[in-house]
Design a binder for this molecule. Structure first.
Ligand code: FAD
Length: 468
């Protein structure tokens, strides 16, 4: 094995030969494009890989895995670069950057789509919505499809159609040995179980095949806001109102300071607000009927919930999560919004300081909960709500305070924690990864890891250590 920490002529030759093989680019520190390519979405992550292989296709991915095997370089795998803790970039190692792999093929007749691993959510929607179809995925268009899918995938359409992984028909994957395999219900079904939630632990997925579902293109969607002082009443009303709501409706409660966006009246900007963001992916008239009581409750200060193209709704939150700001997240699932949980939400919402700090409290259930818990590696199908507590700042200034607020909020909820969604973890250690899967699934995943990646070659992820 060659040690690239101390470059030698032989290393140079190996690196040169590797670079010459690639259809994509090989970037090293000092190369044009290196700086841009090493940065990920979370500005608080600042790592310097030895090499970045910007893969143009499957052959480049295979070459990268084999090169890393030969040289002993640690490997990080990058899809959309949106891992909260920045797990798609490493110091001193090789980044297998899949972001140039943008191929998408929609078959509107069979209602299936194939998407390569560098595709972002908005790019897939652009192609599928042309045919009034969609893969249920996340709520910000610049998120990577790959990482989101491998962790599960929650979003606006999940209560109607299930998680992103519930649409998955097959994957193409490069193993830790650099071999190409397929996984589906009929081919390598054990691996197929593991990639649906196992978070990139078993290999590099180069392409996903999804089932498509009819959506819109028009949906009734958007946020309704109240001033934060109304939140105790609004949250209690909301709890009763969603108790028997149709699967077409998905809501997320947000707390933040009203942002300076064109749709927000000047005198509201900066005020503490509580919003219920809705997406009714069914008949607009039925949606209006169901939503009326919410829209009429209390004294909303802004109502942006109206018929709009699904892709417009999907892009709504993009400006709230600009790449390069400093982000910290704490997350947990809770079974229900009992009075004690509501009290915590009310208390911490009032304390929000940064204009870009926010929480998202996701309504779970519907189709997600109707799929058997053991059918995929994803855990938490029976969760009532998922908290995503984001302590954010524009830069390093003020970041510690925001992080502290997020931690305290999360700790105050600790008596009510059930599970946690793996894609909303920071680097929180092995025990938290175990919690994300539950002990039984975690042990099954460890056995699977031993079978597909016994050396833990893929370890820059929410890591599942191979069973001994
Ligand atoms: C702004 C924002 C909004 C979000 N919204 C949602 C949401 O609505 N719903 C939701 O479910 N989640 C959401 N998330 C969480 C998101 O699912 C995870 O951060 C996810 O990991 C992002 O995927 P990525 O490809 O962009 O990330 P990356 O940072 O590129 O990768 C994340 C992890 O997956 C691994 N990985 C990436 N690609 C591959 C691959 N092809 N094969 C094997 N391993 C791979 C990486 O090594 C890394 O460990 C959001 C995150 C952000 C930052």
């Amino acid at each position: 094995m060659t040690d690239l920490q101390e470059p030698t002529v032989r290393d140079e030759r190996l690196v040169g030969a590797f670079g010459a093989q690639l259809r994509g680019e090989l970037l090293r520190p000092g190369d044009g494009g290196y700086e841009e390519a090493r940065h990920v979405w979370n500005g608080s992550v600042n790592r310097f890989p030895a090499l970045i292989a910007r893969c143009a296709g499957v052959a480049d991915v295979i070459a990268a895995v084999k090169f890393a095997r030969e040289t002993g370089l640690p490997v990080a795998v990058r899809g959309g670069g949106h891992s909260f803790p920045g797990l798609s970039v490493c110091d001193g190692g090789l980044v297998v950057d899949l972001s140039p792999m943008k191929g998408i093929r929609v078959d509107p007749v069979s209602r299936t789509a194939r998407a390569q691993a560098g595709v972002l959510l908005g790019e897939l929607d652009r192609e599928t919505q042309e045919f009034g179809l969609a893969v249920p995925a996340g709520i910000v268009t610049h998120t990577g499809l790959a990482g989101l899918t491998l962790g599960g995938g929650i979003g606006w359409l999940m209560r109607k159609y299930g998680l992103t992984i519930d649409q998955l028909l097959s994957v193409d994957l490069i193993t830790a040995e650099g071999d190409f395999v397929k996984a589906s219900a009929s081919e390598n079904p054990d691996l197929f179980w593991g990639v649906r939630g196992g978070s990139g632990n078993f290999g590099i997925v180069t392409e996903f095949e999804f089932r498509l579902n009819p959506v819109g293109p028009m949906v009734l969607a958007g946020p309704i806001f109240w001033l934060m002082e109304e939140s105790p009443e609004v949250l209690r009303f909301y709890r009763e109102w969603i108790a028997d709501c149709p699967d077409e409706l998905m809501t997320i409660v947000v707390q933040r300071r009203a942002p300076a966006l064109p749709a927000v009246p000047r005198d509201l900007v900066g005020k503490h607000v509580l919003g219920v963001v809705c997406c009714y992916a069914g008949s607009i008239d039925e949606g209006k009927e169901f939503l009326r009581p919410l829209k009429e409750f209390g004294s909303p200060v802004l109502d942006l919930c109206m018929p709009k193209p699904f892709v417009v709704h999907q892009a709504m939150l993009d400006p709230a999560f600009r790449p390069g700001c400093w982000y910290y997240v704490r997350s947990c699932d809770v079974a229900e919004l009992n009075d004690e949980v509501i009290d915590v939400v009310v208390e911490y919402g009032d304390q929000i300081s940064s204009p870009i700090t926010s929480i998202a409290l996701w309504q779970m259930g519907g189709a997600v909960a109707r799929i058997g818990d053991n059918e995929t590696a994803f855990n938490g199908r029976t969760a009532g709500h998922t908290f995503n507590i984001n302590g954010n700042s524009e830069s390093a200034a003020g970041f510690d305070e925001e992080r502290e607020w997020a931690r305290s909020y999360w700790s105050a909820l600790s008596p009510y924690h059930t599970s946690v969604y793996v894609n909303f973890l920071m680097e929180e250690g092995e025990e938290r990864v175990r919690q994300a899967y539950g002990t039984e699934k975690y042990e099954r995943l460890r056995t699977l890891k031993r079978r597909w990646d016994p050396d833990n070659f893929f370890r820059f992820n929410q890591n599942i250590k191979p069973a001994r």
